[in-house]
Design a protein around this ligand. Structure first.
Ligand code: FAD
Length: 364
């Protein structure tokens, strides 16, 4: 394998689904573990902050860009392992740089169940364990068997079993307690041969009402169809898909906060919607809160706005800056907190050092 190529001043906006952000001072695309190790050594030798880039679908990059090294993980390969695990599932060892939806489409076409509801989520395989991607009643934590990483503490390649990854709602050790410590190289998924699709989510059940139980391929198509209606499928030419997906997480509340929210809703003659999937952990719909705080779908000021199909997606309507997005994000957070007493937390990762009203997280 050739040695890695270090590029300078590479625009990051085109590498993100938001199409926003300044340049990377240094940029490396790593196609092998060797490249990753070389790039890490390069960053260390120059004391550069390191940012690991996947498919750029969950990012808001600052207008100033990234002052150090952006390392794009481009390790390829979908390898099916021989034999079955103890639950009768087949293991797939997948390069972190593979397109997630390509893997899903292959799995479904070969009748392996476990990821069909996660069809149409943009980004790379390596990005999936980071926030434990989930949709339509499935999360990758249910199928991830292990994650191969480079541990930046000692530069060793390790295989982390799912149990140590600390998966929870949109979180793992990779974006919480051990943020910045691991670079994901490959992910091993355990899928069920000839398994039944998961049709538990309300929208999906409604889609198939009165029809024969769907197979995996039909479920995948239905998920993609529903996602497209919500602007959550990247469709070239659809202005609502120039986003980072859901900008905010659904807040998880304490019993007390949940009661308070119910009272606030009742005072306005509203009933807090209850979703079976959200109810267990007192998780409430961030979209509901946003829409009932004066930010209807389609709301906006010029270059930045809210998707006309989904209240949780902030969209770049053309030429938006990170500062524009920040201004809208702040306005939404402020109004929701004022009216509902709940602070919405961004799901998108804020990358860079730009000074904005409440600052960019500096991800190193
Ligand atoms: C239209 C749209 C719809 C979406 N729908 C969903 C959805 O339904 N459910 C959902 O959960 N998410 C959704 N997302 C968010 C996003 O697609 C996922 O979070 C995705 O997994 C991000 O992967 P990525 O490769 O693009 O990561 P990036 O955006 O490049 O990076 C995200 C974070 O992961 C880290 N990272 C990426 N790759 C690696 C690696 N190899 N090693 C270590 N760290 C890494 C980055 O440093 C960063 O902190 C959506 C986004 C869009 C634009």
């Amino acid at each position: 394998m050739n040695s890695m190529l270090v590029q300078e001043n590479i625009p990051l906006a085109p590498l993100t689904t938001f199409d926003i952000g300044g340049p990377a001072r240094y940029f490396v695309e790593a196609k092998s573990i060797g490249h990753v190790q070389e790039a890490v050594a390069f960053a260390r030798s120059r004391d550069l902050p390191l940012f690991v880039l996947g498919g750029g679908s969950n990012l808001l990059v600052s207008d100033e860009g990234w002052p150090g090294l952006v390392l794009k993980i481009a390790i390829q390969g979908i390898d099916q392992r021989a034999g079955l695990d103890e639950s009768g599932r087949v293991l797939f060892h997948v390069g972190a740089g593979e397109c997630w939806d390509k893997f899903v489409s292959r799995a479904v076409a070969s009748r392996y169940a476990g990821v069909e509801c996660l069809s149409g989520i943009p980004g790379s395989v390596g990005g999936t364990p980071v926030q434990n991607v989930g949709a339509y009643g499935q999360e990758v934590s249910e199928t991830i068997s292990s994650v191969q990483v480079i541990d930046l503490k000692d530069n060793q390649v390790r295989e982390l079993c799912a149990e140590v990854c600390g998966f929870g709602y949109r979180c793992s050790i990779f974006n919480t307690s051990e943020r910045g410590r691991f670079i994901v190289l490959r992910v091993t998924y355990a899928l069920t041969p000839d398994g039944a699709p998961r049709v538990t989510y309300t929208d999906l059940k409604r889609h198939f009402e009165g029809r024969e139980p769907p197979n995996l391929a039909e479920t995948r198509e239905a998920v993609r169809h529903i996602r497209a209606l919500k602007g959550m499928l990247i469709v070239p030419g659809d202005p609502d898909s120039k986003s980072a997906g859901s900008f905010f997480k659904n807040p998880v509340l304490s019993e007390e906060q949940h009661e308070d929210l119910k009272c606030r809703a009742a005072a306005r003659g509203l009933t807090l919607p209850s979703y079976p999937a959200l109810e267990t952990r007192k998780k409430v719909s961030a979209a509901w809160l946003v829409e009932r705080s004066g930010f209807a779908r389609g709301f906006g000021f010029g270059r930045v706005g809210i998707s006309s199909k989904h209240a949780l997606a902030i969209v770049n309507r053309g030429g938006a800056t990170a500062a524009d997005v920040f201004a809208l994000k702040d306005q939404i957070q402020h109004r929701v907190e004022e009216i509902w007493g709940v602070r919405l937390e961004p799901e998108a990762v804020l990358v860079g050092t730009q000074t904005a009203p409440d600052g960019f997280a500096k991800t190193t």
